[in-house]
Design a protein around this ligand. Structure first.
Ligand code: G6P
Length: 610
């Protein structure tokens, strides 16, 4: 997946495109490029690597013009190199930026090659450029050429195309990948999301799947999937907060970890009435529900796993939490599912979006728990709930995960009360408990001094195990995921009780085993599992609440400095509090290793391809 941007008529198009790409860098950062209309063709600048590399190229060799397109790439087809960086050209006739995957690109490539088109890249996108050139030979207009092209392509796409024959127009289309048009008095914009155009306009038109059309400086002509003229509403989006800065922190991730107390407070504020009682912004009837599905990817999936424990414990409502990319293809039984909720920071992850659409097609109610109000999921689902994490820039999710947990615990509590499982008193206790979380996670940050001692050793490891039980099992999964993605150390999480069914065979002298403990009904069993690992030579690292840590010291012994503690808290909220040290452990290990914490290799903030 990638980010695309375009403009017609903006006085300094190169600057607007570069600023737009900065806001889109969350969608990929393997390479970037910009093409501007120039004389009878185009001027193009491209660079491999993060956007700063392109900014450097443009500084050396500036572009001037009012019409252009830009792209930031996350490689799908073809390695990361200059030849595969967009915009893709067909000679000096067509320039294309594309997000998505053209699934039948091989067949099209063969056909176009047979016609004499020469391919310069390994990308699927280049077929689009040549298809346009080919269509323009015969089509009477850019709109007609677009129709010819989209009739031939299969897959997911959002694209913007400049044709030298039509210097005052941009062709655009979307299918499964998002695309929005930005309108201003004397220029027109197109971008993968509204945020990309936030510097230049707040008037945005969101396209629907199958939409395509042609933009000119003052006009938008859109047709729907059936080829009928479509009128899409213009929405006024919230003023853009401006480019987010690190505010003195070394990395966005460090800043976002520190913002978590505020994130929980803001999110909770939006789900609490004047008396401090949990209240949902929209009425949800949990009482009649027979089942819930939480569908998500990555860290949002892990939040959904924790949400499942909460919903089943507090509301006796069965939940399936499933990886969205699996769910939609396995023909799941959905009859008992009353509501399918997509959990997604961005609201754009394609698999989650598709899983929601799958459920909507089956007639199941859908909802989205998102951090971006203008996102596709928020717009498409029957209802949405908003986390208040603010813009999250670090690719590895931290504060939006914490905000998701906040809402998921609120939902479970409200559901439990509605369904008569939770008394008024218990509901009040949970409300008070959650209100303490911002303070507790603030205090949990003090654990960093203990983490510092452990980091140099962990950074040497080639592999690492994380263990947890109950809600701490998904937290262990999040710990392993964070360590993998940030510091490139192989890490796996296991439910502690599952250790002896296989993974224990991995334990050899010095293998780091990170065990998560809280003072819950599992504590003694979990400690036994740690003892089993230690007896076999594991380098045990305990992350625990104070009292659980004390018990671990008593029972295990010989742990020396290998204990990271957080304040005592009720076991219900322990997954939130214990998430802090596992984030910090991964962050500090990555910093120690010198990896790119905010933009780890091969990843993207929002995955909009399958
Ligand atoms: C990517 C990001 C993860 C994120 C996941 C789901 O893989 O790198 O940090 O958790 O996508 O994203 P979403 O926006 O749907 O929560």
């Amino acid at each position: 997946m990638c980010g695309i941007i375009g403009t017609i008529g903006y006085p300094d198009a190169a600057d607007a495109l570069l600023q737009g790409l900065r806001r889109l860098e969350y969608r990929g950062y393997d390479s970037a490029g910009i093409a501007l209309q120039k004389d009878a063709g185009f001027a193009v600048r491209r660079a491999v690597g993060k956007l700063n590399a392109l900014a450097g190229v443009m500084h050396e060799s500036p572009l001037h013009g009012t019409t252009g397109i830009g792209h930031t790439r996350w490689a799908t087809h073809g390695e990361v190199n200059l030849a595969n960086a967009h915009p893709m050209m067909s000679g000096d006739r067509v320039a294309v930026v594309h997000n998505g995957i053209i699934e039948n690109h091989r067949i099209l490539r063969d056909t176009l090659t047979a016609k004499g088109y020469q391919f310069q890249s390994q990308t699927d996108t280049e077929v689009l450029a040549h298809l346009f050139a080919d269509a323009l030979d015969h089509a009477p207009s850019l709109m007609a050429a677009t129709e010819v092209v989209i009739a031939q392509i299969e897959g997911a796409y959002a694209f913007a195309v400049m044709a030298a024959d039509y210097p005052d127009q941009l062709a655009i289309a979307r299918q499964a990948s998002p695309l929005a048009i930005g309108l201003s008095d004397d220029a027109m914009f197109v971008g993968s999301d509204a945020i990309a155009m936030g510097d230049v306009t707040q008037r945005v038109m969101f396209l629907k799947d199958g939409d395509y059309g042609v933009l000119s400086r003052q006009d938008v002509a859109i047709k729907d999937a059936k080829g009928q003229i479509a009128n899409r509403d213009v929405t006024i989006v919230a003023a853009n907060p401006g480019l987010v800065t690190k505010e003195g922190y070394h990395h966005f991730m460090e800043k976002e970890i520190h913002e978590q107390p505020d994130t929980v407070m803001h999110t909770l504020g939006a789900f609490t009435d004047a008396d401090g009682a949990f209240a949902l912004p929209q009425e949800v009837n949990f009482a009649d529900m027979t089942g819930l599905a939480y569908l998500a990817a990555g860290t949002s999936y892990i939040a959904g796993l924790i949400g499942r424990y909460w919903m089943e414990e507090l509301a006796d409502l069965p939940v399936v939490t499933e990886i969205a990319s699996e769910f939609r293809y396995r023909h799941p039984s959905y009859r008992q599912i009353s509501l399918a909720m997509g959990i997604s920071q961005s609201g754009e992850s394609l698999d989650t979006l598709m899983a929601l659409r799958y459920m909507a097609d089956k007639g199941v109610d859908t909802a989205a728990l998102v951090n971006v109000e203008t996102s596709t999921m928020a717009r498409e689902a029957s209802g949405y709930l908003l986390t208040r994490a603010g813009p999250e820039i670090g690719v590895a999710s931290t504060k939006s995960y914490m905000a998701q947990l906040t809402v998921l615990l609120v939902l479970a509590t409200v559901a439990g009360h509605q369904r008569g499982i939770l008394s008024d008193k218990r509901r009040l206790e949970i409300e008070q408990m959650l209100a303490r979380v911002p303070r507790l996670i603030g205090e949990a940050m003090a654990a960093t001094s203990a983490i510092k001692q452990i980091v140099p050793r962990l950074a040497q490891a080639r592999s690492c195990l994380y263990l947890g039980r109950g809600t701490l099992y998904p937290v262990a999964m999040e710990g392993a995921l964070k360590l993998k993605e940030l510091s490139y150390i192989h890490a796996e999480a296991y439910a502690s009780g599952e250790m002896k069914h296989g993974p224990i065979a991995l334990i050899e002298d010095g293998l780091p085993v990170v065990a998560l403990l809280t003072d819950d009904e599992h504590l003694l069993k979990s400690i036994s599992n740690v003892l089993e690992a230690k007896a076999r030579g594991a380098d045990v690292i305990i992350i625990a609440t104070e009292s659980a840590a004390q018990k671990a010291r008593d029972e295990i012994g010989g742990l020396n400095g290998n204990i990271i503690t957080v304040p005592d808290c009720d076991a219900l909220i322990a997954p939130m509090v214990l998430s802090l040290p596992i984030q910090c452990l991964a962050y500090m290990t990555a910093v120690h290793k010198g990896t790119d914490v905010d933009q780890p290799r091969n990843l993207a903030k929002s995955v909009t391809v399958e």
